[in-house]
Design a protein around this ligand. Structure first.
Ligand code: ASP
Length: 328
């Protein structure tokens, strides 16, 4: 029997419209989901599809309120026997943050696949149609079950935990960095080679029922001559901080002293790095034991922020939060 895939369209370049043939100078999030689907000739024989225009946004305007609402909607749709899998179309700018949020927050084993495009729908060689087609194919596949939220882009399959945007305009913009891809797509056929060992979706400990808003977390970006006062100011207006340090998550002596002071006052601080690949392992580069900080492991500052927001809904204890950073 044909699988039934539910699509939540949120906008982005995949629904972008501009001058015919041009790749830049377009408006994001213009075309409705029906228009995106009508350009996929092989779709009807692959899956039954229901499309919902959830939003028409540039993904830079996604908010945590949208995340919470979408997560509830997806979780309740996933309870229905009518739907076998889900696709979210999303702008690529913040796709990695939404993908990781849903990876941590959804409570289903059914496939959830996110995709987007680097070129608007009106460009020569627009990349959206193949990305969307393959996202539906992956969501309809048995192979995708149990991997958590997946991202399909440019014929690669990525775990939401590892994926990030690594190029500002080229079509191979989405990458898994050091963690690579989980598999490949050829037409509608997914082939998996790897699986993430980290916890997600059906095995998550994060429960959003009754949650109206998430704790606030700011990212402080370290650079030469960065003023430590920024840390204090951010700590006043947020529930937790992620520091994007240099190299191994390292900061100046002045930032280190301020971070130590804030941690002693009970501010949860995650130590991440502004370097795209590698990891900030606990007590490597700087002593987290000594400072009271939490090490981000391989999570980027943006992903560390997502996990810290969810973690702070459960605990403010740095040791417990560190465990979550090792598990998720
Ligand atoms: N600015 C767009 C967005 O994130 C870029 C894209 O979709 O590629 O919505």
């Amino acid at each position: 029997m044909q699988k039934h895939i539910y699509i939540l369209a949120t906008g982005g370049t995949i629904a972008g419209v501009g001058e015919a043939g041009a790749t830049e100078g377009y408006a994001s999030g213009v075309l409705p989901v029906e228009a995106l689907l009508s350009g996929l000739p092989r779709l009807p024989r692959m899956a039954e599809v229901t499309g919902e225009q959830y939003a028409s946004l540039n993904s830079d305007d996604i908010t945590q309120a949208i995340w919470l609402d979408m997560a509830r909607r997806l979780d309740s749709l996933a309870l229905s026997d009518r739907y076998d899998g889900f696709v979210i179309t999303h702008g690529t700018d913040t796709l990695e943050e939404s993908a990781y949020f849903f990876h941590l927050a959804l409570r289903t084993d059914k496939p959830v696949v996110i995709t987007g495009a680097m070129r608007p729908a009106t460009a020569t060689s627009a990349d959206g149609p193949l990305n969307l087609y393959q996202a539906v194919a992956l969501a309809a596949s048995e192979e995708a079950r149990g991997h958590g939220v997946l991202v399909v882009f440019n014929e690669g399959i990525y775990s939401a935990r590892d994926v990030r945007k690594g190029n500002t305009f080229r079509t191979h913009a989405i990458t898994g960095g050091d963690m690579g891809s989980l598999g490949l797509m050829r037409d509608e056929r997914p082939v998996f080679y790897h699986a993430s060992l980290k916890r997600h979706t059906a095995r998550t400990c994060f429960d959003l029922s009754g949650v109206e808003s998430l704790p606030t977390v700011a990212i402080a970006y370290f650079h030469v001559d960065a003023q430590p006062d920024i840390l204090t100011q951010l700590a006043r207006t947020h529930d937790g901080l992620v520091v994007a340090g240099a190299g191994d998550g390292i900061v100046s002596l002045r930032w280190e002293a301020r971070m130590r002071q804030l941690c002693a006052q009970g501010v949860p601080i995650v130590r991440a790095t502004r370097v795209p690949d590698g990891a900030v392992f606990r007590n490597a580069g700087m002593s987290d034991d000594d400072m009271g900080t939490i090490a981000a492991d391989t999570l980027s500052p943006e992903k560390a922020r997502v996990l810290l927001m969810l973690a702070l809904g459960r605990t403010r204890n740095p040791a417990e939060i560190q465990q979550m950073f090792l598990q998720y």
